[in-house]
Ligand binder design. Structure first.
Ligand code: HEC
Length: 468
């Protein structure tokens, strides 16, 4: 076992039992017992503190505590822990409605006004496709509390007096919480004005993939030893991914994203709700590239609530050491391009093998994170390491949601020795009437696991077992 060092701040401290946490940290509900996986700031109105009134009585005058939410305490608590990070009193990260009070659950559902919110909640809690919470992970106990309450008629409890749930302490997130001074920032901005916010339209921005391009500011190959997400308009930002590419871009360009980018670019960093600051292990720097590199930040906005004043300057701030660290981390691609997903298939799997002969001339390779990449049909991804003698170790095994992608960071490094093999399995559902193969279009599929490893510079190939 490796010391649970400072790989991903917050991940290591808040989710000790989970081997990997998305996008620099953990989604709410990530830990098996739901205790400690939530990384929300109670002050932003989106944590469990909102949901439980300390006193149920409305005195009409100065109430002694917050009023009752009208929900039974265990229901309020389950919603706060599993959903509150996004569906708080002020919905965040693209969630269209709050799920905090009894009234919140009785109004018409945003996407289907013929049904009430609680009815749609029951569907999404058990949905195979687009489950809620989006990573599919919440405790069975919490899921049953919600399903049982809804099945029993979603009855109000007007006098519930609940202890405010003890929302776990979140580690501070953002550039100010970094142990170093960030000198390189990439941020969303208005076309033609790098200092003005990007205006997210109220209409038609249900699933807006906006891209922002930047020329690398470096005169020589550079690294990052730590970075912090800058999350600006929480109401509408859903997730972002920063890519690095040698394909020339327009410095300061703002344009609709094109999926083909992923084939010519390396994943550098990503954030999804719950993501926190990230630190590289001591002595390791993340490869940022040099003067000939470009960055494209792909931001997924989700303005489902149609906020008319959504304006965003989200992005990322990197600490760039003056002298590079001895070890360089970067992305190794695993998976396969040989895909044939039959029409109507459910749980269809495709496998990519990075076999022992291919790893024979590798150095000892340390895996610190992984970022699965598939398209809309992707449901799950798993990468398993097989050691000499047949012992296996799971590198990653996660449900996949095209709309919530990020990097999962290891709590402990996994070291791959020469001759060991890595097998990546992608699982798909294809509800369509035609088979689907590999390609870069939205209607095509992919099966790539972008694995963050060091020393990347000692690998002759940055992909393993993949035939392009
Ligand atoms: C990481 C953020 C996040 C978390 C946590 C989360 N949601 Fe959501 N939720 C969203 C987003 C974004 C949408 C809009 C996109 C969609 O429908 O998938 C959404 C949509 C929904 C909808 C659909 C509303 C409609 O009218 O179609 C329901 C119902 C829902 N969430 C319930 C829940 C419940 C219940 C939980 C907790 C068990 C939960 N969500 C946890 C982000 C989240």
């Amino acid at each position: 076992m490796f010391a649970a060092g400072a790989l991903a701040i917050g991940c290591t401290s808040s989710a000790p039992s989970d081997e990997l946490c998305p996008a620099g940290d953990c989604f709410p509900g990530e830990t098996p017992d739901d205790a400690g996986g939530v990384t929300w700031d109670p002050a932003d109105g989106s944590s469990s503190g909102d949901s439980g009134g300390a006193d149920g009585e409305d005195t009409g005058g100065e109430p002694p505590g917050p009023p009752s939410s009208g929900l039974p305490c265990e229901v309020a608590d389950a919603l706060a822990v599993a959903c509150g990070g996004c569906h708080g009193a002020a919905p965040a990260f693209g969630a269209p409605m709050p799920l905090v009070t009894y009234a919140d659950l009785q109004v018409p559902a945003p996407t289907d006004p013929t049904r009430k919110v609680f009815e749609v909640v029951a569907d999404r809690l058990v949905a195979d496709v687009k489950p809620m919470p989006p990573d599919g992970e919440m405790s069975d106990a919490h899921r049953h509390v919600l399903l049982d309450w809804i099945a029993a008629g979603a009855v109000e409890d007007p006098n519930a007096t609940c202890d405010p749930g003890d929302g776990p302490d979140a580690d501070p997130v953002g550039p100010d919480a970094l142990p170093c001074d960030p000198s390189f920032e990439v941020r969303a901005h208005a076309p033609g004005d790098p200092d003005a916010p990007f205006l997210v339209p109220a209409q038609g921005a249900e699933d807006l993939y906006q891209c922002f391009a930047f020329k690398a500011p470096f005169t020589e190959p550079s690294q990052a030893i730590a970075w912090a997400p800058i999350i600006d308009d929480e109401r509408v930002i859903h997730h972002w991914i920063l890519y690095r590419t040698q394909q020339p871009q327009e410095d300061g360009g703002v344009f609709p994203c094109d999926l083909s980018l992923q084939l010519q670019a390396d994943f550098v960093a990503g954030w999804a709700p719950g993501g926190e600051n990230v630190m590289m292990p001591p002595g390791v720097g993340l490869e940022l590239g040099g003067p000939d590199d470009w960055y494209v930040m792909q931001v997924h906005y989700h303005n489902a609530a149609q906020y008319p004043d959504a304006a965003d300057r989200s992005g990322v701030a990197f600490c760039v050491p003056e002298t590079p660290e001895p070890q360089t981390a970067g992305v190794l691609t695993l998976g396969t391009t040989s895909l044939n997903i039959p029409a109507g298939a459910e749980d269809h799997t495709e496998v990519g093998n990075c076999g022992g002969l291919l790893t024979l001339f590798w150095p000892e390779l340390h895996i610190i994170g992984a970022s699965p990449h598939m398209h809309e049909l992707g449901r799950a991804m798993k990468t398993v390491l097989t050691r000499q003698g047949g012992v296996t170790e799971t590198v990653i095994d996660k449900p996949f949601n095209f709309e919530s992608q990020g990097m999962y960071f290891n709590d402990q490094e996994i070291v791959v020795h020469p001759g060991e093999s890595l097998q990546t399995t992608c699982t798909y559902d294809n509800p369509g009437s035609a088979p689907v193969g590999f390609g870069e279009g939205t209607g095509d599929e992919m099966c790539f696991n972008f694995v963050l490893v060091y020393p990347i510079d000692q690998l002759a190939n940055r992909n393993c077992g993949i035939v392009f």
